[in-house]
Design a protein around this ligand. Structure first.
Ligand code: PSU
Ligand code: MN
Length: 297
């Protein structure tokens, strides 16, 4: 593991740190928005009083906290591999350059001693009975970190994803909301386990999880800011077309999520892209508040 000097100091001094993922930069958003967003997320974390630790793999080294050149490389290099848990030993042994998903960012962040991680949407159970279940889910079941997100990406089977989290003991909190957010929309008709209003309430639940020595993550779900919300009825048509095209082109495995997100952005004239960036920034800010709250008991 390789720490940036700033992140190494912050961890040593027990300062608030927020981990950020890199797949969203390399594969989730188009250039140059991806680059702008990567820097904007770090700024949001700093404005919230915490140190950002964007995570990626370069030359097989697990990097915690990146410099500007590394972030630029993630945003522009076409040969960055999207890695999930199964790819970790391969990335290490073969000295690969990789972007980390929620699963691998959570794995590396936890190993580094970071307690809070912000992202857009987690992976989950895909629609249709094709056994495609993101490795993000089992990672959340076995990594005691807190992930701040806007639920699972709308392209997924949200009821099945919600059930999976329940079965595997992942506590799902709703940030000032009483329903599970659905990524681009603020509502899904699905339940959360508890509504929370403040960062200190979340910190208390995190401490209780640790006192109980529970091995699983806590998922803090935050609805997209209202001015960027896209109603689910409007989304369903766009998504149906994107899913149909993916089936026709036989897109599978790790390509499916970036493909669907890209298609939806095109078909919504960039509205989904704007929503995605807005929710990422908002989640980074809230994650910083929680990381700060964890440092003052
Ligand atoms: N959230 C976004 N955009 C993304 C992702 C999340 O707003 O691109 C990425 C995350 O890194 C997540 C991954 O872990 O998509 C899930 O991919 P898969 O379904 O292949 O496991
Ligand atoms: Mn998959």
């Amino acid at each position: 593991m390789k720490f940036s000097p700033e992140v190494a100091d912050a961890i040593k001094d027990k300062k608030a740190v927020v981990a950020l993922e890199s797949t969203v930069i390399a594969h989730g958003l188009p250039y140059p928005k991806n680059l702008e967003t990567a820097f904007a997320l770090e700024k949001r974390v700093r404005d919230g009083g915490a140190i950002p630790a964007t995570i990626a793999v370069f030359g097989g080294e697990f990097c915690v906290g990146l410099n500007e050149a590394q972030i630029k490389r993630l945003a522009t290099d076409q040969n960055i591999r999207k890695i999930s848990r199964r790819d970790l030993p391969i990335a290490l042994a073969r000295k690969l350059n990789c972007a980390t998903t929620v699963a691998t960012t959570a794995f590396i962040a936890h190993a580094a001693g970071i307690k809070v991680f912000a992202t857009g949407g987690i992976g989950g159970v895909h629609r249709g009975f094709d056994w495609d279940v993101s490795a993000d889910l089992p990672e959340l079941a076995q990594t005691p970190i807190t992930v701040v997100c806007s639920g699972a990406k709308i392209v997924l089977d949200l009821p099945a994803t919600r059930e999976w989290l329940e079965t595997h003991g992942v506590s799902v909190l709703g940030w000032q909301c009483h329903e599970l957010p659905a990524f681009y929309s603020r509502t899904s008709g699905l339940t959360i386990d508890e509504r929370v209003e403040t960062a200190s309430e979340v910190a208390a639940i995190i401490r209780a999880r640790d006192d109980l020595k529970l091995p699983n993550a806590i998922l803090l779900t935050v609805p997209v800011p209202p001015e960027f919300e896209i109603e689910s009825a409007e989304l369903e048509k766009i998504l149906a077309d994107a899913l149909k095209l993916a089936a026709e082109q036989n897109i599978r495995g790790k390509e499916i999520t970036p493909f669907l997100l890209g298609q939806m952005s095109e078909r919504s004239a960039g509205k989904t892209l704007a929503a995605n960036i807005a929710l990422l920034e908002n989640n980074a800010k809230i994650a910083a508040n929680i990381a700060v709250s964890l440092t003052n008991p």
